[in-house]
Each structure stands twice: as C-alpha cells, then as structure tokens.
Design a protein around this ligand. Structure first.
Ligand SMILES: [Zn+2]
Length: 90
C-alpha cells in the first residue's frame, strides 16, 4: 500500500468523523425511550413520543393577549383618527 493511498484513506476517515460530529450535534435523546433522534423532530421515530424540538419556545399566552390588545388598540386608534380627519375635512 503506497503512502499516498494511506493519506487519502485517513482523510476520508477524518471527513466521516467530522460529518458524524456534525450530525451528533443535532442528535438528542428521546425522553420516552432513550433513542437517538434529530433535534428538529417533533415525534420520536422509535416510540412515537412527543418531542420538543430545539429552539422551540411555547408562546406565552399572556404575551399573546398583550400583543392582541396592542393590535386592537392600534386598530381602534387608526379608525378614530380616520373618523376625526373625515369630520374635520368635510
Ligand atoms: Zn422514543
């Protein structure tokens, strides 16, 4: 076996290792059955258990209400301004 071929093989091995490491970053352990699953999955492919994907943040219902309230306030204010302008300029 020539030295060059050996080097190439080593490089290939390293590349495979790197790829595996990258993949491992996205692996999480299923809390239901302990299987390795990908972090973006919402369901375990082994046991079907529900998973919380990484980066997923449940929407705070209180905040949601606040945003909705602000949206309503802005909408109503815009309508009032519009009515006032129509009255003023008619
Ligand atoms: Zn599972």
């Amino acid at each position: 076996m020539g030295k060059q071929k050996l080097d190439e093989e080593q490089k290939t091995q390293e590349r495979i290792k790197k790829r595996q490491k990258k993949l491992e970053k996205h692996l999480v352990i299923c809390p239901h059955c302990g299987a390795k699953v990908l972090d973006h999955m919402t369901k375990c492919h082994v046991c079907g258990g529900v998973l919380v994907p990484r980066g997923y943040q449940p929407v705070d219902p209180k905040k949601m209400k606040l945003f909705k309230g602000i949206g309503w306030a802005i909408g109503i204010a815009a309508v009032i301004v519009f009515i006032v302008l129509v009255i003023l300029y008619s």
